[in-house]
Design a protein around this ligand. Sequence first.
Ligand code: ATP
Ligand code: MG
Ligand code: MG
Ligand code: MG
Length: 509
Amino acid sequence: AHLGTLPPALGFLAAAHAGGGRAPEGPVATRALRAEIGEALSVQAFSATVLHGPGADPGRAWTRAGDTVVVVAGEFYNQDELRSVLPDGDAHDGDAGLLAALFDRYDLHAFRLVNGRFAAVVASGARLCAATDHAGSVPLYLRPAPGDIHIATEAKALATQAMPKGPSLPGTRRVPGLPGVHQVPAGTVLELAVDSAGGTLHRTWQPPSARRILHEDEARRAVRSALELAVGRRLAAGVKPLAVLSGGIDSSAVAALAAARGPIDSLSMGTDLSDEFPHAQVVAKHLATDHSELVIPMDELLRQLPYTVWAAETLDADIIEYLLPLVSLYRRLPDTPRRILTGYGADIPLAGMHREDRLPQLDSAVAHDMATFDGLNEMSPVLAAVHGHWTSHPYWDRDVLDLLVGLEAGLKRRYGRDKWVLRSAMTDLLPEETVARPKLGVHEGSGVSVAFTRLLSDNGVPDRDIATAKALVVRELFDRTVVDGGHPDHVSTEGAIRTALHRLRQGAA
Ligand code: ATP
Ligand code: MG
Ligand code: MG
Ligand code: MG
């Protein structure tokens, strides 16, 4: 019951200084109000800007306890569990206060306890700790220099003209085009000494490599109850959630479990070329959701590419194709902040994208995708926060993810059906045709992949160079919106295509 429509903070900018100094100023893609914090600790000065929505209380996003300051963007989902290990657990309503108490008791090990969608910074004594959730679902970046460490939930906020003078941080990822900027890996806490900016990376979560063998009924029940719990934990009392609904099994299952708890809105997007509206309607009708449809003309959709790259801060062109329709949908929502539930990410632990029958290959795909998701920023809250909304992804709840990844491959592909265990966990709540519906990616259902390909073909790109050209366009948009900090209103898809074609012809690929 601690959740509101939005979490107390959607993101933050912060700095730890041996002397004095200020938090970085931005720019950021997150549309938010700003609340400033400045705290003098015994051996460091800590300052932060909390990015928060209207109606959210930014005071709940941070706390000071003794020689420690904690700032949290996002939210925790296992608050009750976390409170139960603290003698005065009930005194902590907000996640920041709870984390401060956990940190006092467990130190860095506190981060091994949290199941959430968050990024956090803890300044304590002479240390600065930067932590991501298990999935790195709220991206976190830092630019360390001795006595001067800058940290932010968006990379673009850390761009600087100055030459980087910080140490390299083993295990972190450098951000291309932004010298000195590192991304904190998923499921880690980076512990730095403020004076030297030297640090150690501690792992707080890893995807399981082992696979569990369960009877069909056991597997079905386990998936159902884990997902039920994950959806329930993401609902806020008195707040009507919005399910982004394609009519595929992943989003339909989330919508069904949310609708079982109370009224929900659902929304489906399509383009003038393609949509999944009839499939979503079947589900909306069955669940009696307040359903709407949104048609975005393909021309307009492709013009949202700069916004998508600006928000996602990723260089992966496939990911940008998945995210483009969603970012465009979020930007078309009314201004009133919404709590949004998605079915995003189910295909990763269940290997839904791979359309693969052979179990060794299927399990290899799961292992590969779980080893390479980090840094793609697929689940970033910024995708919806560009329009002031908050998303949450129940399939990447820590408990759901651990369970799904760890199921033996024969439960994922069974009786000739993909995602069998999920489908069979949902048979009583969804129409048979929804349970049986083959997977269709959002980039396919909306026609985005085909349209982006055609746009490049029309510009003279030969078939064999399409994938390279897409990557170059995304790279160009990344350079303009993230590296140079350009606002996407002033960056055009057409301009990026022209530059990409020029590079392609020069053989710069
Ligand atoms: P499946 O993977 O079986 O097709 P799905 O459509 O729910 O199920 P994806 O295609 O992987 O899942 O899409 C990811 C998520 O993005 C969905 O679960 C849904 O929340 C959202 N989404 C996808 N397509 C649409 C759409 N046309 N309108 C609204 N939301 C969508
Ligand atoms: Mg500074
Ligand atoms: Mg899916
Ligand atoms: Mg789909």
